[in-house]
Design a protein around this ligand. Sequence first.
Ligand SMILES: [Zn+2]
Length: 226
Amino acid sequence: MTTAANPQALDDTADTNARGLPEPNGAVPTAKDLKLQLRSGRLSLDFIATLGEWEGRRIERIVDSAQWLCWLGKARVVCPPAATEGDLREMQELREHAYRVIRAKVEETTPPLDSLAVINRFALTPPPPPQIDDDGRTLKRALMQRPDEVLSVIARDLIDLLSGPLQNRIRKCEEESCEFYFADNSRPGRRRWCTSCGAAAASARYRNRRNRELAKQQRDAARASS
Ligand SMILES: [Zn+2]
């Protein structure tokens, strides 16, 4: 995959900028609803999460081309210089079918053939070859990708995931309030949470253990002084 940081697109301010767009059910998405996050450890799965609550409110987190370029920068995909409304519609089409296929995979049902065909179509565009700049450590900026090349990179990542060694390790995060899918690349293969919820669960376990130890120390000290 051809990736590089795009300093302009790495502006995080858009994350918490609630747009206040009304949803079909009348609820206005909050800043938290619209937050762009990378939690799955996999480009194509994080891409799916740029739309929130797929089976509910369907919260669009990519509200304009600036937001799309921002997300690509966060995901470390070489950005196109701009994206049109048509590019965004293409992005939404790929994302819709990527979601359907991943949902079918996780629910162990047959993936929709039309969705597989769409993903294959997007993957047909060859991404530009990576080229190193004269400093020997950065990608040449001239090789910014076209919008269709970006979507091809994402479609190819999805195909690689579905057909590769992690194909049976695609799961939905078990945290009730989390909607991320992730691919478990751990050696034991028993991960239950996305990266963010996994880290939160680990720190909660640590806190509980620490609190139990402190309570025991206090009991022991009280016993010793009585
Ligand atoms: Zn999670």
